[in-house]
Ligand binder design. Structure first.
Ligand SMILES: Nc1ncnc2c1ncn2[C@@H]1O[C@H](COP(=O)(O)OP(=O)(O)OP(=O)(O)O)[C@@H](O)[C@H]1O
Ligand SMILES: [Mg+2]
Length: 275
């Protein structure tokens, strides 16, 4: 069986600096293919280019050099200016941003989650059904009448994930989806993503959460601090390669704490020191 390439990147370079400023490469010469039904993790230290890669895959940015093919067509400003292509692409690809504040703008959580499905032209009854299903799966139903502005960072992240899942894109791009989530929320999200993966959803995930990579991803790529591809391979092999992870600044050196705090003696009658 032939695997279908969803994205194909050849020699992709990107710099946020624009001429006459000299380029400062956020990604430098990236070759990468992403296939349908694949769960791919993008690992890398802070500033290595993970979010930039996801923004490029979502056509929020375009390469300065090299090219990206999406569904066999070159992803560039001209293609996204074609209404038909842009609409299809936005239906097929959904990005959960690292910074939820950049994604959320509706007055209530319910309107936020319903926004995408309504834009797709789905009937109200289907929009409501999808919203309620997602609320239950991500355990955020109690937030439905709250303003996204007034939520905690972890609550915002769960709402941001819900918004994209509600549109059922073919390709799910997730930028640090578990960052800042408490254990129960993380488990709920992980269960949901594993189900989606097993149902054949294509997932691209930028993260430093090695456990998440181990549980969810088929394959992992590592971006080095030089913004180049440092490694690519089966997720469990990449996550098990301590030397590679240390070189890419994804795990630290073994370190003894520099300061130890000595607890004061417990008062009489309170041997455990608990209040
Ligand atoms: N809006 C921007 N303007 C200028 N430079 C930027 C901008 N966003 C990112 N950069 C730079 O591009 C490079 C890659 O950043 P990016 O956000 O893609 O890294 P990252 O791997 O997602 O990091 P993190 O783990 O901190 O999320 C970094 O050198 C960063 O300083
Ligand atoms: Mg990032």
């Amino acid at each position: 069986m032939q695997t279908e390439e969803i994205f194909s990147l050849t020699g992709v370079r990107f710099s946020y600096a624009r001429p006459p400023a000299p380029p400062a490469w956020a990604l430098d010469g990236l070759d990468l293919t992403i296939s349908r039904n694949e769960a791919l993790a993008v690992l890398g230290a802070n500033g290595s280019g993970k979010s930039t890669l996801l923004r490029l895959l979502d056509a929020l940015l375009y390469p300065v050099a090299g090219e990206i093919l999406a569904f066999g067509q070159r992803l560039c400003e001209a293609a996204m200016a074609e209404e038909g292509f842009a609409r299809r692409f936005r239906q097929q690809v959904g990005l959960v941003m690292q910074n939820s504040d950049a994604q959320l703008f509706n007055p209530t959580v319910l309107e936020e989650v319903a926004f995408g499905p309504l834009q797709l032209g789905l009937p109200d009854s289907e929009v409501l059904r999808r919203s309620e299903t997602i609320f239950e799966l991500l355990q955020i139903g109690h937030l439905r009448h709250r303003s996204p502005d007034c939520l905690s960072a972890g609550e915002k992240k769960r709402v941001a994930v819900a918004c994209i899942l509600a549109t059922s894109p073919d390709v799910l791009l997730l930028d640090e989806p578990t960052a800042g989530l408490d254990p129960r929320s993380r488990e709920a999200l992980l269960d949901l993503l594993v189900d989606r993966r097993d149902a054949g959803q294509t997932i691209v995930l930028a993260t430093q959460d090695l456990e998440l990579v181990r549980e969810l991803a088929h394959r992992a790529v590592v971006l080095g601090e030089d913004h180049r591809l440092a490694a690519s391979g089966p997720a469990n092999e990449i996550v098990g390669d301590r030397e590679l992870l240390r070189a890419a600044n994804l795990v630290g050196q073994e370190r003894r704490p520099r300061y130890t705090i000595t607890a004061p003696a417990s008062p009489p009658g309170n041997p455990c020191g608990r209040l």
